[in-house]
Design a protein around this ligand. Structure first.
Ligand SMILES: Cc1ncc(COP(=O)(O)O)c(C=O)c1O
Length: 399
């Protein structure tokens, strides 16, 4: 057998291919919006995390244009060297005010925010209890932290209670969950978790990557929606979804923020985001705070789609917001479904393991505030047609 690196890798790629796990994303050729262009063809996008359509907003673009002439592009160094500009500091203050917490610490990405937080906060003497459906960045961060890590089944409060009772002699015990789950569109059962965390003096960390900006009357996220904001010890959020920008941030008490700036390796040992990224994000934050209509539109079309899909007989699990999975099971089926939608001009990718558990392959639909009722009708019609072609829906649909 040939043991050269290219041959070894070719075999591994072949293995992925045989298990239908190889990824070949389409190459888009236009700004992020509810349509895109691929190979000269206009495609309707139902899979973007640009939930409030801010990635290409004129106010955001103007902020970048103005900022470039003052700041140029690169930041030049890590935040701890010479990369901490007034643009970074001011955005952190605005984010802390928005999220009603003492401090916010910016990271270049949401992935790095989780990594930096958990590796700084937890070590070999600590325990992390993580919802099994949490994002890869949380799982990778837990592994890197060397803390004892246990996963509880998704939203299984009884199992979480058992785990909390088991680990009583640790330095620190943290419960980690997402606010709204990225692949299922359902919420963490925060109102049930909070009494448990109080009883066991655990820290509650919520990654609200997909809720921040979108959920709650003011867009502060899942905790605002569920009216539990003051009970969350630490929130992680990303700027790459509803904000349409790039970056992540941790919201916490002033002491933890100071500690993270000194101990988070993904904050210290990496170059700061360009200052204009902060200006774009600040412009997006302004819109999030002053244009609630965007959230309202998003909730209206999300409700319309969830209702239509359930009526048509699709399995969308407990989806309750703007992320709506169609759970299909087999990887090949999800790929085929996605391909047939693509042929009709709809971009709805198949999500497979390891992003979701084996046997739970799905289409993940995510909506944007700029989608309208007509967009939803068209999507549902396409979904029903394709499901019919694949012999999937037993109940004839009126959709
Ligand atoms: C729940 C969750 N946390 C963190 C991240 C990482 O955020 P970013 O894309 O900003 O790195 C994601 C991204 O998909 C996510 O879904």
């Amino acid at each position: 057998m040939d043991h050269s690196l290219p041959s070894q890798i070719r075999r591994e790629l072949l293995d992925l291919q045989q298990r239908a796990l190889i990824r070949c994303p389409e190459t888009t050729d236009s700004a992020a919006g509810k349509t895109t262009v691929v190979n000269g063809r206009q495609i309707r996008v139902f899979c973007s995390n640009n939930y409030l359509d801010l990635a290409n907003d004129p106010q955001v673009i103007a902020a970048v244009g103005d900022g470039l002439s003052r700041w140029g592009w690169g930041s030049g160094a890590s935040r701890l060297i010479s990369g901490s500009s007034t643009a970074h500091i001011s955005l952190e203050q605005q984010l802390a005010q928005f999220k009603r917490c003492q401090a916010a610490v910016l990271f270049p990405t949401g992935y790095m925010a989780n990594l930096g937080l958990l590796t700084a906060l937890a070590g070999a003497r600590d325990v992390l209890l993580i919802d099994k459906l949490c994002h890869a960045s949380i799982i990778d961060a837990a592994r890197a932290s060397r803390a004892t890590t246990r996963f509880f089944p998704h939203n299984d409060i009884k199992r979480l209670a058992e785990l909390l009772s088991r680990y009583t002699h640790t330095r620190r015990i943290c419960i980690i969950t997402e606010g709204i789950f990225s692949m299922d569109g359902d919420f963490a059962h925060l109102t049930e978790i909070i009494p448990l965390k109080n009883k066991h003096q655990a820290l509650l960390i919520v990654d609200d990557a997909h809720g921040t900006g979108v959920l709650g009357e003011h867009g502060r996220g899942t905790a605002e929606l569920l009216d539990v904001e003051e009970h969350i010890d630490v929130t992680v959020a990303t700027l790459s979804k509803a904000f349409g920008s790039l970056g992540g941030f941790v919201c916490c008490c002033a002491e933890l923020a100071e500690y993270l700036r000194n101990r988070s390796r993904s904050y210290i040992y990496t170059t700061a985001a360009p200052p204009v990224v902060c200006l774009a994000t600040a412009a997006a934050l302004e819109i999030i705070q002053h244009q609630p209509q965007r959230r309202k539109n998003l909730h209206t079309v999300s409700k319309q789609l969830r209702h239509a899909l359930r009526q048509a007989g699709f399995d969308i699990g407990s989806a309750d917001a703007h992320i709506i999975p169609i759970i299909l099971g087999r990887t090949e089926l999800a790929l085929q479904f996605s391909h047939l939608l693509w042929e009709r001009g709809f971009m709805v990718p198949a999500i497979r393991q390891p992003s979701v558990p084996r046997g739970k392959a799905r289409l993940r639909i995510s909506l944007m505030s700029s989608h309208n009722s007509r967009d939803i009708d068209d999507l549902v019609q396409a979904l029903v047609c394709v499901a019919g072609e694949l012999g999937l829906l037993s109940t004839p649909s009126q959709a």
